[in-house]
Write a protein that binds this ligand. Structure first.
Ligand code: CMC
Length: 428
């Protein structure tokens, strides 16, 4: 028999169905609440208790540290799949066959050019512009160059828009970086894999060949897989809610990039390295920074610690930690910042403040260390996260459109002034 929940208000009882997900997650379906109760809503700032949709893409259990894309464990995908394969899985629901994957990759390659006029827009940005701002603007500007990708109704139009953004986004990401460091805005090489080609677009110097390093390509591929989706986080919810107005895929993603930029979300990977460097500059006393993080009068937080949903451990952090060790070993890097990171991790895991609040290192604690080892500059860390999250945003946007979800429009509890009379300016 299906479960229900009873809500009693002023002696009157209301009954609501309880829906059950495939992993036995229970949620009270309150769709009829406002109508049934004559205007009562729920209040849940930060949506800590609110399911905004039903989704078949990613399963996450924060208590047990489980993360699965379309039913596949993140650990297995990180070990056995490549990024484009995972992108296909997330977006279309099944692992691709060899033929499907080849077609997907060829369709992406066929779109891997960006209108030359986009370079004029990039020219207008100061070199000091943060690449996340540039990337968000350029992704939005892409609409003007690809108008057919806006009003997508059929599956075919959707596919074309998806392939276009997957093809052009790495170019824009690389260009945002090259503009910053004064390198010419070049293209990559369609004969290379998606990730290898991206690295070439980032780092190829005008005067020489770019020779990729297998360890670098493989670890970046893994990092992108680990970032590819994370169910209804801040940027993904943004993509879904912007898309719910039937704004197109590119602008919805542009909004997602803006949301990801914040230091409490994707911007944390940059903030982690900046924090570790600040500790180093300050003499390397991590205990001092631990004390700051625990001081309620100090807004400082230990970047790379804590997570809204993982209250045990972040499964991505476990994989990435191992990967960080391998990359540093393979590239022979001895980084003093890494020693500080290891010390901080040890101290936090033994400190009752962090233990009691279940604050563990998250994915961004280690991803910055790998990016740094791969030679990626710190202000490009969050754009790298965006590149990884792109398939997730696309998958979530597509699901939202295919399920014909209603426009996102939350309610509020008004706590402002009641009706008052206008006062002439001379009397204020
Ligand atoms: N350093 C010190 N104290 C912390 C931290 C931290 N990093 N994170 C949480 N706390 C404390 C917080 O002050 C609060 O203490 P109290 O109960 O005494 O008031 C308690 O822990 C619960 O914190 P919260 O802010 O209610 O937790 P939240 O779920 O709202 O926030 C978070 C999650 C990720 C925003 C937060 O842990 C944080 O700011 N972490 C640092 C930023 C960071 O690393 N973000 C990357 C997240 S992973 C990438 C992604 O998926 O976006």
């Amino acid at each position: 028999m299906s479960k229900t929940a009873i809500l009693e208000i002023d002696g009157k009882k209301y009954e609501f169905p309880i829906v059950e997900g495939t992993e036995n997650e229970l949620a009270i379906d309150i769709k009829s609440l406002r109508g049934d109760t004559n205007g009562i809503t729920t209040l849940d700032p930060g949506y800590k208790n609110t399911g905004s949709c039903e989704s078949a893409i990613t399963f996450l259990n924060g208590e047990e540290g489980i993360l699965r894309y379309r039913g596949y464990a993140i650990e297995e995908l990180a070990e056995k799949a490549d990024f484009l394969e995972v992108a296909y899985l997330l977006i279309f629901g099944e692992l691709p066959t060899k033929t499907q994957l080849e077609k997907f990759h060829n369709d992406i390659k066929a779109q891997s050019h960006v209108d030359e006029d986009v370079k004029k827009i990039i020219d207008g940005f100061p070199k000091s512009a943060h690449p996340m701002g540039v990337l968000s603007s350029l992704t939005s500007a892409l609409v003007a160059f690809n108008p057919s990708s806006v009003n997508v109704d059929s599956e075919e139009e959707m596919y074309n828009a998806i392939v276009r953004i997957l093809a052009k986004f790495p170019v824009l990401t690389a260009w945002a970086y090259r503009k910053r460091v004064g390198l010419p805005l070049d293209y990559g090489d369609d004969n290379l894999g998606y990730v290898e080609n991206f690295l070439k677009m980032m780092f190829k110097k005008p005067s020489g060949e770019y020779n990729s390093n297998k360890v670098v390509v493989e670890s970046l591929d893994k990092l992108l897989i680990l970032h590819a989706d994370h169910e209804q986080n801040c940027s993904t919810s943004t993509v879904r809610i912007v898309g719910s107005s039937h704004a197109g895929l590119f602008v919805s993603i542009s909004a997602g990039i803006a949301a990801l930029w914040g230091p409490l979300h994707g911007g944390a990977n940059q903030a982690v390295i900046e924090m570790l460097e600040a500790i180093k500059e300050d003499g390397g006393d991590s205990k001092k920074f631990m004390a700051k993080a625990k001081d309620k009068d100090d807004p400082f937080r230990l970047m790379g610690f804590g997570h809204r949903v993982y209250k045990n451990f972040d499964p991505r952090a476990k994989i990435i930690k191992r990967s960080a060790d391998n990359v540093l070993d393979a590239l022979g890097i001895d980084d003093p910042v890494l020693d500080i990171a290891k010390g901080l991790e040890r101290e936090a895991l033994e400190d009752s403040y962090f233990v009691d609040r279940k604050l563990y290192p998250n994915v961004d604690f280690y991803s910055g260390i790998i990016y740094r080892a791969l030679g990626i500059p710190v202000e490009m860390f969050t754009p790298m996260f965006a590149l990884g999250r792109l398939p997730g945003w696309i998958a979530q946007w597509r699901e939202m459109r295919l399920r014909k979800e209603p426009i996102g429009r939350p309610r509020q509890v008004y706590i402002g002034e009641s009706l008052r009379s206008f006062k002439d300016i001379s009397k204020r």
